[in-house]
Write a protein that binds this ligand. Structure first.
Ligand SMILES: [Zn+2]
Length: 563
């Protein structure tokens, strides 16, 4: 998953060229359209083969071997396909498959398989040494590339290295600062854009660890000294996995931080399309709409009581469950928690809630949950709030990090994103060094995720409105009032050059000081579910018998982590 113009397609072609010479096998390249396919063959692939002395030795004497659509070489053949041509994808066994700009493949005929699955099915003959390379600029969080990357057991992010403190960190657009970034009048925004363009204003990236301010030149060094880091693992360590997802931020692309800053100012005076273009094409992250989401979303106590009259009893796990997750808020002493069963489509059933200590969170991981049908679960992930300044001292942050170190695979420190603009990702996980307060103790490596709580609160409210979220029967009044403790309020109105208004809505407490722990805990449980992809599973798994009855792969039921 990458921004535009960062060498993604070039990487793909280099991979193909390497294979031709080193480990040849039948190859297929799929582009979004016939037009893009022909351009790539004529302008990139054939010149690439002819211009390299080594690759030239693989070209046969027969000129028609280089005809469009198929390239026959001495060592192997390269087949071309495009997303509108199911026949092109459905013909022969393939060892190497390259799907370029996969999010731009046109919507598929409902009866056919998704082009990714269709093309992927060609790899089965070579299943022991085949390789699939999918790349794209993202569209939405539900797009093929964003979901594909998220579902990989090993997700690697290109991290930059701070020239001052040498800390590796995932680039975060929210940490990029420049004079006039927050101007709100269209004319002022344009002026800042102009000054960025001529170099009168230079953006600076603020290091996540030492707060050094990194200017455009030093930033290029920071990128060159960067590394691919597996999310959730220290640099240099990677989980054992056959599927690896790579995320490259536009902050690391050629135009640099000054290019990104200029594009941001342009996007701010444009419409939603301009904003979408900025996030997906410039930053290379999926975009889900306006920062404020849907202003009409509401959660009230009546809805929660109504939902509590149906569904399960406390501790009862429904048969549709696929995972059990936990969300915990951090109080001055101890934690509030909620435990949920999660099923396909992120339906949620509350199993338990209450207050507990850190040790009790550890104990909860051992508890077994059983459905009436006999399926057994343990809690797969606990997202724990790192503690905010209004509810806890900074030593509570240390407590949470220490707790997570005792069960790093299951306990995941999170904090809500606090910026004024939309964060670049719904969940942004980093590994960094944490220095405990007091100054005497040595820093240690920690993992945490910054989450876009506004986005997840919208998802939760939608799920409550659609009755796919359930409390248990006889739920307590404390839980109900906390679930209904926030509402969406208009916090800002921006006037655009064409005089139209853009409203920014945020979830805020209905009254000052009202308790909202179980609402927050539920949001964190939902975040845990999304981190695991727990609700992405197919509602009705295909049984082996059903597979036999359908003709073959082209019925669209190939199981794959890509969808
Ligand atoms: Zn630094």
């Amino acid at each position: 998953m990458k921004p535009v113009q960062c060498g993604g397609s070039e990487t793909g072609r280099n991979w193909i060229f390497r294979n031709i010479d080193v480990a040849p096998g039948p190859t297929m390249i799929v582009f979004p359209t016939e037009q893009s396919c022909r351009e790539n063959v004529d302008e990139r692939i054939i010149p690439g083969l002819k211009d390299s002395p080594q690759l030239r030795t693989h070209i046969t004497e027969k000129a028609h071997d280089l005809k469009k659509g198929t390239i026959h070489l001495r060592s192997c053949s390269i087949y071309m396909g495009w997303a509108g041509s199911p026949q092109a994808l459905a013909s022969r066994p393939i060892r190497y498959l390259l799907l370029d700009e996969v999010d731009k493949y046109t919507a598929w005929n409902g009866k056919e398989a998704d082009p990714v699955n269709l093309a992927r099915a060609r790899l089965t003959t070579y299943k022991h040494n085949s390789k699939l390379f999918v790349l794209s600029t993202p569209t939405t969080p539900e797009g093929v590339i964003a979901r594909g990357v998220k579902n990989c057991p090993d997700v690697r992010e290109f991290c930059i290295r701070c020239p001052e403190c040498q800390e590796l960190q995932a680039p975060d657009f929210a940490r990029l600062e420049w004079e006039g970034r927050d101007e709100s009048e269209p004319d002022d925004i344009k002026e800042v854009g102009r000054r960025l363009g001529v170099g009168e204003i230079e953006p600076e990236y603020v290091c996540d660890r030492c707060e050094a301010r990194i200017g455009p030149l030093a930033w290029r060094q920071a990128v060159r000294a960067g590394e691919w880091v597996s999310v959730g693992f220290p640099p240099g360590e990677h989980p054992l996995s056959r599927e690896v997802g790579f995320r490259l931020s536009g902050l690391c692309a050629i135009p640099g931080i000054e290019g990104v800053a200029r594009e941001w100012m342009k996007a701010r005076i444009g419409d939603m399309g301009a904003l979408q273009y900025f996030y997906t094409n410039i930053l290379g992250v999926p975009f889900w709409g306006d920062a404020g989401g849907d202003p009409n979303l509401k959660v009230d106590a009546r809805q929660i009581y109504d939902l509590a009259t149906e569904g399960c009893r406390r501790y009862q796990v429904p048969d549709w469950a696929t995972s059990v997750v936990m969300g915990a808020d951090t109080a001055k002493v101890g934690h509030q928690y909620t435990i949920y069963a999660v099923g396909s489509g992120y339906q949620m059933q509350l199993l338990d809630y209450g207050e507990c200590s850190g040790d009790e969170i550890l104990k909860a991981l051992d508890k077994e949950w059983t459905t009436p049908g006999g399926k057994r679960f343990k809690i797969r992930r606990v997202c724990v709030d790192l503690g905010g300044s209004n509810t806890a001292t900074s030593t509570r942050t240390e407590d949470v990090y220490r707790l997570a170190q005792r069960e790093p695979a299951h306990i995941w420190p999170v904090k809500g994103w606090g910026g004024n603009t939309a964060p670049s990702q719904t969940i942004n996980t980093t590994i960094h060094s944490y220095t405990p307060p007091g100054g005497k103790r040595s820093p240690f490596d920690v993992k945490s995720s910054v989450v876009d709580v506004g986005y997840f609160k919208d998802l939760l409210a939608q799920s409550i409105n659609q009755a796919t979220w359930h409390p248990f029967q006889g739920i307590g009044r404390d839980f109900v009032s906390q679930m209904a403790s926030e509402e969406k309020r208009l916090v800002e109105t921006k006037i655009k050059p064409d005089k139209s208004r853009v409203e920014v809505w945020r979830w805020l407490p209905r009254s000052v000081g009202v308790a909202n722990h179980y609402w927050d805990c539920t949001v964190y449980a939902l975040v845990a579910a999304h981190m695991l992809g727990a609700g992405d599973v197919e509602p009705e798994p295909v049984t082996p018998r059903e597979i036999e009855e359908r003709s073959t792969w082209d019925t669209g039921r190939i199981s794959s982590s890509w969808l």
